[in-house]
Design a protein. Structure first.
Length: 138
């Protein structure tokens, strides 16, 4: 007499959603935090003047740096004033929300800042910001 074998029931694999959702949220948090640290403005290092009541601007099209020797930089690249004004004028005509952040070193000549703003205004740029450090004044 032969014994009949019992067949094992077929177990189908299941997709476990809880661990997958946990991993998705972990990746989401990681990318949110990592992009927050990448938003730092990458320009040449200078000593900005200190202001106690300044605001943080998250978006700007041009970051212009004026050093105390009068040299002008667009982000990290040295640029001539006339070329900078021409580029800014072209961008201002294309984008109505175009803005320029001016990062003038604390010891920079006030005349060079006003000259830059005046030429930019003549080229059609209407939105400016002056960068400062936040903290105690010395």
């Amino acid at each position: 007499m032969r014994r009949a074998r019992r067949r094992k029931p077929i177990v189908r694999p299941e997709i476990m959603l809880s661990p997958m959702i946990d991993m998705i949220f972990l990746l989401l948090v990681f990318f949110i935090i990592s992009t927050m640290y990448m938003s730092e403005v990458k320009t040449i290092p200078i000593r900005l003047p200190v202001a106690q009541h300044s605001e943080t601007v998250s978006k700007s099209n041009f970051n212009v740096t004026i050093k105390k020797d009068g040299s002008i930089y667009l982000d990290e690249t040295p640029i001539e004033l006339e070329q900078l004004v021409a580029n800014a004028g072209t961008e201002a005509k294309r984008d109505s929300s175009f803005s320029v952040i001016i990062r003038a070193e604390g010891d920079a000549d006030y005349k060079s800042v006003i000259q830059l703003m005046d030429k930019m205004k003549g080229a059609g740029v209407t939105r400016f910001g002056l960068a400062t450090d936040v903290g105690e004044s010395k």
